[in-house]
Design a protein. Structure first.
Length: 308
């Protein structure tokens, strides 16, 4: 059998794609780098989709490393490609379902909540009067709120609000309110949260991110340290990845003042440069091995049988 040829999707391929290409090569898997925006839906084609570099065949598997911002229509077409690959039983790390569950923070919060996993109190709505009433009630109960962009990442656009004056000054991105109770740090000397990388149902690396600022993303300049994790943290992260259906995920945990951990968010297209630098663990090797395992256990579905 010829060696598997897979696709890595991103709009710009950089360090992470290179890490994956090298890790996959060691397993005799060839990776073609392309962009979901360059795929075509073509019903003259048996699979219905054409991926650059795979004109007459399907990739053996796919890894999604990035989806560029676009119009609702553009994003819809890109998700159509990912959904169709999954329907054709092509392993996709991560599938469209996982991306949909995590790109939208409200959807993640709902999945975590309905699965009974610990996550901070959260509210999301469009109606500004309702949002203001929620904020007013929380302030009166002594809570501080965090307002986040629904599609936010890397700690961008997050604000802390302590009173209605501050709340009124905020113009939420896309006129959608996503409000969360602010979790004061467990240790008063610094802010800290944890990033755990879950791959194929196991935590393969973990770090703590510490900062003198309350937003502790690596991209916001937080210091990263390798971290020992408790069983509580491990189980939370594994369960969080499972409830959003992610084959690999970066899970952010925070510790409340009572010492319990909560899930802040789940990233289904996580960066791992900070984690790699802090721990020396090759995340790309772990993803490549998990993908190779999935490829060997997956069976292609005939085109005319893909959707029932
Ligand atoms: N509810 C919260 N309480 C305290 N800190 C928070 C809260 N939400 C976010 N943060 C801080 O902001 C950072 C970014 O928030 P997160 O929800 O992970 O969004 P992003 O997608 O931008 O990373 C977290 O890593 C944490 O340091
Ligand atoms: Mg985060």
């Amino acid at each position: 059998m010829s060696s598997p040829k897979i696709v890595i999707f991103n709009d710009t391929h950089g360090w992470h794609s290179k890490q994956l290409v090298d890790a996959l090569k060691l397993l005799d898997i060839t990776a073609i780098l392309t962009d979901l925006a360059d795929c075509t839906i073509d019903l003259d084609h048996p699979a219905g989709i054409i991926i650059p570099g795979f004109e007459d065949q399907l990739p053996t598997a796919a890894i999604v490393r990035g989806i560029a911002p676009g119009s609702l229509e553009q994003i819809t077409l890109r998700m159509d490609v990912l959904h169709t690959l999954a329907e054709l039983n092509v392993p996709v790390f991560n599938p469209a379902s996982a991306i949909e569950h995590t790109v939208d923070k409200a959807r993640t919060s709902l999945r975590l909540h309905l699965a009974g996993l610990n996550t901070p109190k959260t509210w999301a709505c469009e109606n500004s009067t309702i949002a203001r009433e929620i904020a007013s009630k929380q302030f009166s109960q002594g809570r501080i709120l965090v307002i986040k962009p629904l599609f936010g990442c890397q700690g961008k656009g997050i604000e802390k609000v302590t009173n209605l004056g501050e709340f009124d000054a905020i113009q939420p991105v896309g006129d959608a309110f996503y409000l969360q109770e602010y979790m004061a740090p467990f240790e008063s000397s610094h802010w800290q949260d944890w990033r755990l990388m879950v791959i194929d149902g196991q935590v393969c690396a973990a770090m703590s991110r510490r900062s003198q600022h309350w937003i502790t993303n690596f991209a916001q300049g937080a210091e990263c340290f390798p971290a020992a994790i408790t069983q509580e943290m491990e189980q939370l992260a594994i369960n969080a990845a499972r409830v959003v259906q992610a084959d690999y995920a970066g899970v952010d945990l925070i510790r409340d003042q009572q010492g319990h951990y909560s899930i802040l968010e789940v990233n289904s297209v996580p960066a791992w440069k900070g984690l790699y630098q802090a721990t020396g663990i090759s995340i790309a090797d772990h993803i490549a091995h998990a993908l190779a395992k999935r490829i060997s256990s997956s069976h292609k579905v005939p085109f005319n049988n893909a959707v029932h």
